[in-house]
Design a protein around this ligand. Structure first.
Ligand code: LLP
Length: 422
């Protein structure tokens, strides 16, 4: 049963560790991840030849290390993500490429790094081909194709269609093959990622689009990538994609292409959310409980500086309470949950467009903990220092033991790069 469907309103442990033990380790707010869950999720996808973790979802070095030790490779979208991958021991080259740089532009530092280390690049614009080809003719590359349609859990996470900046427009593929030829770049991979948090219906359309594009490129291809996008159930009525059915669609297309090309093709998948979302929890403390007219508010010490998904997309996260107070109450209360930031939108219970809504939670006391679930993907990584709040600590539960995998940022670290001119 998923975390979302087992929507307990009171929680006493996370990954078999009593919450009191976690809260004794670091002050709130903090993230905690369950290693076992990440490993299970990687293994769920083992039918695909390559599981390439989209580390933008949660790029803490310890999480990348778990992926490496469990047979996943990584996608990197920036210089920083390449350096993170290298820091945990992914080598720059190999077969399959342990690190692939996927982007729509090269900034100067990423171009330098990709050139220097020989990192395989998944090009999302014709200009990237030219810029790489001018400096490193002869390389193998992947083309990221925008198939002309996209779909995500939110318009902001839809990465296909003509309003999206991502990928090479499908009808420009032939032109790009010409650019590649000019610079002697060998197109060995094709990649499509139509959006994040999509569904089987839309993902299935990608298979057809990929097959068509792959036929256009021809037998230089050795890899096709299905991209990421697999949803997880944040709400009880949501569900997972049928992974077996999804794999079969891709496998059938791959086999048809293999028989046309006369050689084998590697099938990659590039999930972010699916691997880490349900493994992560954001734990905050209830610091104020107040009533505004008829509305009850629980104000906690985590804000959108810690978890931006509700304010950005109106995302729903399951929430539970851990009761630290001695006083026992059994009732439920319809509450609005907000954070500490000096901005009205700092509300965890909101719908897309900023419409505040309520959540049915147990009657809590000051000092009780609020646990925001399914927060492992696009949680800590999207944290900021708004209102000069430090980045939260991150913990990992491994084999029943708790490790600090990032300490809470200090004021000195937060201001270390700032200078007052004389
Ligand atoms: N590959 C590419 C090229 C991507 O752009 C992304 C996500 C992924 C893979 C992984 O997608 P996933 O499997 O996680 O759906 N901040 C948003 C999500 C943004 C996703 C950006 N790209 C959120 O919190 O929902």
């Amino acid at each position: 049963m998923s975390a979302a469907s087992s929507h307990h309103l009171l929680r006493n442990q996370i990954a078999d560790i009593p919450i009191s033990q976690l809260a004794a380790k670091v002050n709130t707010p903090f993230y905690v991840y369950d290693e076992q869950k990440i490993i299970e999720r990687i293994n769920d996808l083992k039918a695909f030849d390559v599981v390439r973790y989209a580390q933008k979802a949660c790029s803490n070095l310890a999480i990348l290390d778990i992926c490496r030790r469990n047979g996943a490779v990584v996608d990197a979208v920036s210089t920083g993500e390449i350096l993170r991958a290298e820091a945990v021991g992914f080598s720059a080259s190999g077969d399959p490429s342990p690190i692939v740089y996927t982007a729509d532009i090269f900034d100067l530092s990423s171009l330098e790094l990709v050139l220097d280390r020989g990192i395989h690049t998944n090009c999302g614009s014709p200009d990237m081909l030219t810029q790489l080809g001018q400096k490193a003719p002869g390389r193998s590359i992947t083309l990221r194709i925008n198939p002309g349609f996209g779909h995500g859990h939110n318009q902001k996470t839809n990465t296909g269609g003509s309003q999206s900046k991502h990928g090479i427009w499908h009808s420009e593929l032939t032109d790009c093959l010409r650019i590649a030829e000019k610079y002697n770049l060998r197109v060995t991979g094709l990649h499509m990622h139509i959006g994040s948090g999509t569904d089987l219906e839309h993902l299935a359309q990608v298979v057809t689009a990929m097959e068509q594009a792959a036929r256009e490129v021809g037998s230089s291809l050795d890899t096709i990538s299905a991209g990421g996008g697999l949803p997880i159930p944040y709400q009880t009525e949501e569900s997972y994609v049928d992974l077996e059915a999804y794999f079969q669609l891709w496998d059938a297309a791959r086999k048809r292409l293999e028989s046309q090309f006369g050689h084998s093709l590697r099938l990659e998948i590039e999930p972010g959310r699916y691997l880490v979302a349900e493994a992560g929890f954001l734990v905050a403390e209830i610091r104020a409980i107040k009533k505004m007219d008829k509305n009850w508010f629980y104000l906690v010490d985590a804000g959108f500086n810690d978890l931006a998904r509700p304010i950005l997309y109106g995302s729903h996260h399951p929430m539970t309470i851990y009761r630290r107070s001695a006083e026992k109450t059994n009732g439920l209360r319809e509450v609005i949950v907000g954070g500490p930031l000096c901005e009205s939108g700092d509300i965890f219970t909101q719908k897309e467009g900023g419409f505040v809504c309520t959540r049915s939670l147990p009657e809590a006391q000051l000092g009780d903990l609020l646990i925001i679930e399914c927060a492992g993907a696009y949680g800590a990584v999207m944290g900021s220092n708004y209102n000069s709040k430090p980045l939260a600590a991150e913990l990992l539960v491994r084999d029943g033991q708790v490790f600090t995998i990032r300490e809470r940022q200090t004021f000195a670290q937060m201001t270390a790069a700032e200078h007052i001119p004389d």
